[in-house]
Design a protein around this ligand. Structure first.
Ligand SMILES: [Zn+2]
Length: 229
């Protein structure tokens, strides 16, 4: 707070507790100088819960003694301490091989949190969401798995690869609908059931290709979607 803000605060405090009012200009100047000395690094208000008028009012409500500048300074220190207690340093975006920049960013973030310019960052596990860098990359690629790795994996997951290929090429994806023939649910490959002479099921193997009726159903569903869009 600068001197002008201190004078405003003193006028406010004087209305709440007339004992703090000074009568002569000389006394008022002294009082402003004394308060400024202790409170010049305390902001008037921050976006995150600090308001010097609220702190002054709380003192007047809580204490029978006239307010002193140190009462406000102590509340400000408690506010800073509480915020830093709730802050766990997020990994800086700076290059870790550049210790100066790394340290500067770490301290800068702490200072911003302490002085109420920024909200504290909780435990990463609870804070949710990946680092902004990773998020931007994910948005650009659209998937956590890079294309090259995805191509390598294709032969180990033929069903998935066939679905992705169908979607990319704009063909109907048979697995997007339930199979009316073998009752395989959505997303599951078709199964061939063989029945033995005694009527009991003898096999339940996954089929590499879906049943033809399912392909037709998916085609019809895709056409419906396209006409609706
Ligand atoms: Zn089927």
């Amino acid at each position: 707070m600068d001197r002008r803000e201190i004078a405003g605060l003193l006028a406010y405090v004087g209305r709440l507790d007339p004992r703090t009012m000074r009568t002569t200009t000389e006394e008022l100047k002294d009082q402003i100088a004394q308060w400024h000395e202790l409170l010049d690094d305390v902001p008037l208000a921050t976006d995150h819960g600090w308001d010097v008028r609220a702190a002054a009012k709380a003192h007047v409500l809580d204490s029978p003694y006239p307010i002193l500048p140190v009462d406000i300074a102590r509340k400000w220190r408690a506010y800073r301490r509480d915020r830093l207690d709730r802050h766990t340093d997020p990994t800086p975006a700076a290059d870790p091989d550049n210790p100066t920049a790394w340290r500067a960013e770490l301290l800068g973030t702490r200072h911003a949190v302490a002085t109420g310019q920024q909200q504290p960052t909780g435990q990463r596990a609870l804070a949710g969401g990946p680092h902004p860098d990773v998020e931007a990359r994910l948005r650009a690629i659209g998937t956590c798995i890079p294309q090259a790795v995805r191509a390598e994996l294709a032969r180990y997951r033929p069903t998935r690869a066939a679905r992705e290929a169908a979607i990319t090429e704009g063909r109907p994806d048979p697995l997007s609908v339930r199979c009316e023939w073998c009752h395989a649910p959505e997303g599951e490959p078709c199964r061939s059931r063989r029945t033995g002479p005694d009527g009991a099921a003898r096999g339940n193997a996954r089929r590499a290709t879906p049943h033809p009726t399912r392909v037709d159903l998916a085609g019809a569903a895709l056409t419906r979607q396209e006409t609706a869009a």
